[in-house]
Design a protein around this ligand. Structure first.
Ligand SMILES: *Cc1c(COP(=O)(O)O)cnc(C)c1O
Length: 375
C-alpha cells in the first residue's frame, strides 16, 4: 500500500457518484464560464461561513492579490505578514509595489506573534495579513483590536484553515476567513476544501468592498466593456465549482476525520521526548490541514530521510524563512532574523494527514518514528 500525504483517491471513491453527476451536468449545460454551479456553490458557501459575500476566483494567490488591490494602497505602503508562511502571502504584497513587513510567529501555535508588534508600525503601515497556519486560527480578537488601534486593514489568509472556528472572549464564534475586513482562501486539491484543479475565493461582509473585489476580478468592469479600473481575469472554473458543491457538504465531517487521525498520532507519539506534538490553541478549533511535529534534538532531517526510506512521505512546511528567500532580499537589511521562525524552519516536520484514516498505516508510521528514536 502506497502511503500518501493526502489520500484524495480514497476520498473521491466515497463521493464519486455525486461528483460525477455534478460534472456531467456542467458538460450537459455547456455553460463552462460562470455556469450555474458557480453561483450555487457561492450561495452555499456564504451560508456555511455565515458571511454576506463570497467572490469566487481562480486560486488562493489571486484571492490575496485581488483583496489587496481592493484596498487602494499606494506604492511603498507597508503590510505586516508572518515570515513563517507559504510564499503567496508575501509575494502578492511585493508584486503590488507594497512592502512586506515580515514578523515572527508563536512557537506553539505557529501563527503571527502579537507581542511586540507595535514596534513595526510606521506612518506607512496600512494592513496586516494573519495566516491561519496548519488549520488553527490566529489570535483574531487581538489582531482586530491591534488593527483598530493603528487603523489597518485585516486580510485573513485562510488557505489552510477552512472550517475552523474562532471563539471570542464573549463566547461568540466565527469561521476563520470571516473576521477581518477581507478573507481569502484556496481550493487547491490538497487544501481542506479542495477542488480537482485550481480555485479560490474572497470573503467579506462589506458591501462596497465586495462590489469592488468583484469588479477587479472581472477586468475592472461592472458593465461589460466599460472598465473603471485595471483589474484581472480571475474566475472559479464551473467544473471546479461543481466539485466544491459536493465537497462543501462533507467539510465538517472531513475536519472531524482529520482530527481523529491527529489524535491517533498524538497518542502514539506523545511519549517521545525529542518530539513535540501539535499544541491546540485555546480559542480555535483545529482542522489539521497539517499535522506538524517539532523535532527538538536536531535530527529533523535525519528523521525525514529515515521515514522516506520506509516509503513514508513527510513534508517540511517551510524550510526557509521568507526573509532568507532570494526574492525577498530587497525588503530586509543584512542579517535580519526572527528567532522563532528560524527555529521552526529547522524543527518542523509534517506527517500525512487527510480524511481517509487507516489504522494500519497510522500504526506503521508511528512505529517507524519510534524505531528512529530507538523506542
Ligand atoms: C495554498 C496557500 C496559498 C495559495 O493558494 P493557491 O490556490 O495555491 O494560489 C496562500 N496562502 C497559504 C497560506 C497557502 O497555504
Amino acid at each position: 500500500m502506497k502511503i500518501q500525504m493526502v489520500d484524495l483517491k480514497g476520498q473521491y471513491d466515497k463521493i464519486r457518484e455525486a461528483v460525477n453527476t455534478e460534472i456531467q451536468n456542467c458538460l450537459d449545460n455547456t455553460a463552462f464560464i460562470n455556469g450555474p454551479a458557480v453561483s450555487e456553490f457561492q450561495k452555499s458557501f456564504e451560508n456555511y461561513l455565515d458571511i454576506k459575500h463570497v467572490i469566487p476566483c481562480a486560486n488562493g494567490t489571486d484571492a490575496l492579490q485581488i483583496a489587496m488591490m481592493a484596498l487602494d494602497l499606494k506604492a511603498g505602503d507597508e503590510v505586516i505578514c508572518p515570515a513563517f508562511t507559504y510564499v503567496a502571502t508575501a509575494e502578492v504584497i511585493g508584486l503590488l509595489g507594497l512592502k512586506p513587513i515580515m514578523v515572527d510567529v508563536d512557537p506553539d501555535i505557529f501563527n503571527i506573534q502579537l507581542d511586540g508588534l507595535d514596534k513595526y508600525i510606521t506612518p506607512n503601515t496600512k494592513a496586516i495579513v494573519p495566516v491561519h497556519l496548519y488549520g488553527q486560527a490566529a489570535e483574531m480578537e487581538k489582531i482586530m483590536e491591534f488593527a483598530k488601534k493603528h487603523n489597518l486593514f485585516v486580510i485573513e489568509d485562510n488557505a489552510q484553515a477552512m472550517g475552523s472556528d474562532f471563539t471570542f472572549t464573549d463566547g461568540t464564534t466565527k469561521k476563520t476567513g470571516t473576521i477581518g475586513h477581507i478573507g481569502c482562501t484556496s481550493f487547491f486539491p490538497s487544501k481542506n476544501l479542495g477542488c480537482y484543479g485550481d480555485g479560490g475565493a474572497i470573503m467579506t461582509n462589506d458591501d462596497a468592498l465586495a462590489a469592488k473585489i468583484r469588479m477587479i476580478a472581472n477586468h475592472g468592469q461592472e458593465k461589460k466593456y466599460y472598465h473603471k479600473v485595471l483589474g484581472c481575469n480571475s474566475r472559479l472554473d464551473t467544473v471546479q465549482a461543481a466539485v466544491l458543491k459536493v465537497k462543501l457538504e462533507h467539510l465538517d465531517e472531513y475536519s472531524a476525520a482529520r482530527n481523529k487521525m491527529a489524535s491517533y498520532y498524538d497518542a502514539g507519539l506523545a511519549d517521545i521526548k525529542a518530539l513535540e506534538i501539535p499544541k491546540r490553541a485555546s480559542n480555535s478549533t483545529h482542522v489539521f490541514h497539517q499535522y506538524t511535529l517539532k523535532v527538538k534534538n536536531g535530527k529533523r532531517d535525519e528523521l525525514q530521510k529515515y521515514l522516506s526510506e520506509k516509503n513514508i512521505p513527510t513534508m517540511i512546511y517551510y524550510p526557509l524563512p521568507l526573509y532568507k528567500q532570494e526574492a525577498f532580499q530587497q525588503y530586509v537589511s543584512e542579517g535580519f532574523s526572527l528567532p522563532v521562525t528560524e527555529m521552526l524552519c529547522d524543527e518542523v516536520i509534517s506527517l500525512p494527514v487527510h480524511t481517509e484514516f487507516n489504522e494500519e498505516i497510522s500504526d506503521f508510521i508511528i512505529s517507524e518514528i519510534k524505531n528512529f528514536f530507538k523506542l
